[in-house]
Design a protein around this ligand. Structure first.
Ligand code: ZN
Length: 315
């Protein structure tokens, strides 16, 4: 299957179809969603779900493609456009990161700074500056280590369907080396033009939680961001990409201007601004058959010229 994608992507690429599709884009915004950007030898790799990993080397190639063929914009640009105050450039693209992993600063940020690409990070603010880990990571890592990645994925999907009180609290664990950003790193990136949105405080998956708990998480996260960065977050990203009408309404009532989901597609002025689509990116979307980066596959994914669906996994 991967070979078929590879072959077709190269045909589309040679025919110039991907470039033509991307070049024709206007009045729309493509939003990319990344999680971890890890070096080849990073010890976190074997115990992290593959669909959350972009290799630093491949991420760099992807950003080079973005800088050369598309028009990277800021979150502020996007919100001004959604508000009707400005147009969005042709071929607009917004690069986002979820959660607040330390590698967003150590690996992704230097690449983007070099290329002049702005970014947005959606912070699970309660984890920032701590050694705490998301419960989902702890579960995945412990099960993957003893029973393999497929068993870990199955158990995680089961647990995610439960409201948080039904999950044991003690699966929240601390690690010796923090996997999370620190607030000084957040402030450093903010000084260089990165923008920060909210992703709750504890990375709570919202649809099955009470209105009171959701509101508390949203308020806490916004307060922490305001205290550190001087302004409340403009935008929100749903943990695990999960939302419903009630959750979206509460996110709007909490004062956000827009919210991002992980539904594939392009944002337009007709999109629901509290369910803006994003394309999830990891090594798999641009992996050549023998590993490494395939520019043709990456452009085919961005252009959407093959209607394939990658198995997505979001946090
Ligand atoms: Zn997340």
């Amino acid at each position: 299957m991967m070979n078929a994608r590879y072959v077709i992507s190269n045909m589309l690429e040679r025919a110039g179809i991907n470039a033509a599709v991307l070049a024709a884009r206007r009045h729309s915004l493509m939003v990319l969603c990344y999680h971890r950007v890890l070096d080849a030898a990073d010890p976190a790799r074997p115990l992290t779900h593959p669909a959350l990993i972009s290799s630093t080397r491949i991420f760099e190639r992807q950003m080079e493609v973005l800088a050369s063929l598309l028009t990277p914009v800021t979150l502020t640009d996007a919100v001004r456009w959604l508000d009707g105050h400005a147009d969005i450039p042709r071929r607009a693209a917004l690069v986002t990161f979820d959660d607040g992993w330390i590698d967003t600063c150590t690996n992704a940020f230097p690449v983007m700074k070099r290329l002049g690409i702005p970014g947005v990070v959606f912070l699970a603010t309660g984890l920032i500056g701590t050694n705490d880990r998301q419960w989902a990571d702890t579960v995945y890592e412990s099960i993957a280590a003893r029973a393999g990645p497929q068993a870990a994925t199955r158990e995680l999907e089961r647990l995610k369907r439960l409201p948080s009180p039904a999950r044991s609290e003690d699966i929240v664990s601390r690690s010796a080396h923090s996997p999370n950003l620190t607030w000084p790193q957040v402030e450093e990136m903010a000084r260089d033009g990165f923008e920060f949105g909210s992703h709750t405080s504890t990375h709570m998956i919202l649809p099955r939680e009470s209105e009171e708990d959701i509101t508390r998480e949203l308020r806490l996260s916004a307060t922490q961001i305001e205290a550190r960065l001087g302004s409340v977050p403009m935008a929100f990203a749903y943990p695990d990409g999960q939302y419903d009408r009630r959750v979206a309404r509460l996110v709007e009532q909490a004062g956000h201007s827009c919210a991002f989901a992980c539904n594939e597609g392009l944002a337009t002025l007709r999109s629901d601004r509290f369910a803006l689509p994003r394309l999830c990116v990891h090594d798999g979307v641009s992996a050549a058959p023998r590993g490494g980066f395939s520019r043709a596959m990456f452009l085919t994914y961005l252009a959407g010229t093959i209607p394939w669906r990658y198995r997505r996994r979001v946090r």
